[in-house]
Design a protein around this ligand. Structure first.
Ligand SMILES: [Zn+2]
Length: 414
C-alpha cells in the first residue's frame, strides 16, 4: 500500500524565511558566499537539524555535506537529493536553498510519520555551487564527478588570495571522506527555474529532461580603415558591415530552430570606432546553446558557413575560434519518469523543459542517474535579491520531491 505522505508547507516556508536571516540583506535577499562565516553558520544549523532527525552527517574533503537517513536495506545504494546553501553576493532566498530545505522537509515528514524507505536517503549540500567567491561554479560537484581533482579545487583563490583549501579549514568543513567515493542509486535536485517559462504558461512543475549544451566562439573580422568621405562605396572593406551581416545570420540560424536553439552576439568591439573612419577591424563573441549536441554541430556549421558567405563578398577576412564548450546533458529516463509520477500523485500540472543554466546535477549526472525538478520564480528573475517563489510553489516543489523519491524507492525495490 502506498502511504499518503504530505509535507508541511508552513514548516517549509518558516524554515526558508528563518534561514534567510543567515546572511540576510536589507533588501530581502541573502549574501552567503561559500565558506564564509555565514556559510559556516548555516552549515552548523543544517547539521544540527539533520542530526535531530536521527541522520548521520558526513563531510567530504571539499566540504560537501551528506545527511544520511537509514533505510530498511542498509546495504542498498542511497537515493540522494539536495542542492546548495551558498548564494551570490546579492542572491535571493530560493536559488539552491529551496532544494536543500525542501529536502530537509522531506526528511522531517518521513521522520514524523515514522516512514522508512527501502533504500537509505541522503540529503546533500554541495559546496560552492555559485562560483562567485571561488571560480569556477559547481566546484565540489565537479570534483565529485571527476571533472576536476581535489587539489585543483584546493588551489582556487578568492580575490583576497585565500585558497579554497584554506577557507575550508578556517570554517572547519574540510572533511575526511575522499570525494566521489560515495555512490548513489540516483540524485534528484529541486531548483527554481531561473527563467520565465513555467510562470508564463501557468504550469507548476518543470520536469527537467536535461541541461542544454553551450558553445562559445570569438571572431575577428579584418577589412581596411579608410576615410568615410573620400572612399567610394565600391572600394570599401567595412569590417563592421560584415559583422552586422554575421550577427543577423546568427539570429536567423537560431530562430530557424527556436525555441530549443538560442544564439547571441553579446560583446562587440569596433576599431578604430571613429565616426569618420570606415571600421577596419571588429571583434565579437558568439554564444550558441541547444539541448542536443548533434543540433549544436548543425548550428556551428551554419554559423561558419555564414562567416564565409557574409564576409568574403565584402572583401573581408576573418579568424574564428571555439573557446569554450559545455556538453549537453540528458537526464536519466527512469528518474524523469519518477518526477512525472510524483507530480501526478501531488496533483500538479507539469511541463517538460531543459535547463538553460548549469547546476550541480549536471556534473553528478556523469557518474549517477540524475534529474531535476523546477518550480516557477516570479518574472524568471534570479541571482537577484528580489527573487521570488510563492508559498504554494515551494510546497508543490517539496511535495513533488517527496513523491519522486518514494516512486524511485518503489521502483528500486520492485
Ligand atoms: Zn542554484
Amino acid at each position: 500500500m502506498i502511504p499518503n505522505l504530505k509535507i508541511d508547507p508552513q514548516r517549509l516556508w518558516d524554515t526558508l524565511m528563518d534561514t534567510a536571516k543567515i546572511g540576510g540583506t536589507p533588501r530581502g535577499g541573502i549574501r552567503r558566499l561559500t565558506l564564509t562565516d555565514e556559510d559556516k553558520r548555516v552549515r552548523d544549523w543544517f547539521r544540527q537539524q539533520c542530526e535531530a532527525l536521527g541522520c548521520t552527517v558526513t563531510v567530504d574533503e571539499v566540504g560537501t555535506m551528506f545527511a544520511r537517513r537509514a533505510g530498511k536495506q542498509e546495504d542498498a545504494a542511497p537515493i540522494a537529493f539536495g542542492s546548495h546553501l551558498d548564494t551570490q553576493p546579492t542572491g535571493g532566498k530560493f536559488d539552491g536553498t529551496l532544494g536543500v530545505l525542501a529536502g530537509l522537509e522531506v526528511l522531517r515528514t518521513l521522520h514524523d510519520l515514522d516512514y522508512r524507505t527501502n533504500a537509505p536517503l541522503e540529503l546533500v549540500n554541495w559546496t560552492n555551487e555559485e562560483g562567485s567567491r571561488f571560480a569556477p561554479a559547481m566546484l565540489a560537484s565537479g570534483v565529485f564527478a571527476g571533472a576536476f581533482t581535489r587539489d585543483e579545487a584546493y588551489a582556487k583563490q578568492d580575490r583576497d588570495g585565500v585558497s579554497f583549501g584554506e577557507a575550508l579549514e578556517t570554517i572547519g568543513y574540510r572533511g575526511t571522506e575522499s570525494v566521489g567515493k560515495r555512490r548513489f542509486a540516483g540524485l534528484f535536485e529541486l531548483h527554481i527555474e531561473q527563467g520565465p517559462i513555467l510562470e508564463k504558461e501557468g504550469k507548476t512543475i518543470g520536469v527537467v529532461t536535461g541541461v542544454q549544451g553551450m558553445r562559445w566562439y570569438e571572431v575577428t573580422v579584418t577589412g581596411q580603415d579608410a576615410h568615410t568621405g573620400a572612399t567610394p562605396m565600391y572600394l570599401r572593406k567595412n569590417a563592421l558591415l560584415g559583422a552586422a551581416r554575421v550577427i543577423d545570420a546568427i539570429d536567423a540560424i537560431a530562430q530557424a530552430r527556436a525555441p530549443d536553439a538560442v544564439g547571441t552576439v553579446g560583446l562587440i568591439e569596433n576599431r578604430p570606432n571613429s565616426r569618420n573612419v570606415i571600421p577596419g577591424e571588429v571583434f565579437f563573441t558568439i554564444d550558441l546553446r541547444h539541448p542536443d549536441e548533434a543540433t549544436l554541430d548543425v548550428l556551428e556549421s551554419a554559423f561558419r558557413a555564414a562567416l564565409d558567405s557574409c564576409l568574403t563578398p565584402l572583401g573581408l577576412t576573418y579568424t574564428e575560434a571555439r573557446i569554450w564548450t559545455s556538453p549537453a546533458v540528458a537526464f536519466a529516463p527512469e528518474l524523469i519518469a519518477c518526477v512525472r509520477e510524483g507530480a501526478k500523485a501531488a496533483g500538479l500540472s507539469t511541463r517538460d523543459m531543459v535547463s538553460g543554466a548549469g547546476h550541480d546535477a549536471a556534473y553528478v549526472s556523469r557518474v549517477t542517474p540524475t534529474t531535476m525538478i523546477f518550480v516557477p520564480c516570479a518574472g524568471g528573475v534570479s541571482h537577484n535579491e528580489a527573487e521570488s517563489t510563492s508559498f504554494d510553489e515551494c510546497a508543490a516543489g517539496a511535495q513533488t520531491l517527496l513523491e519522486s523519491v518514494l516512486a524511485y524507492d518503489r521502483r528500486l525495490s520492485a
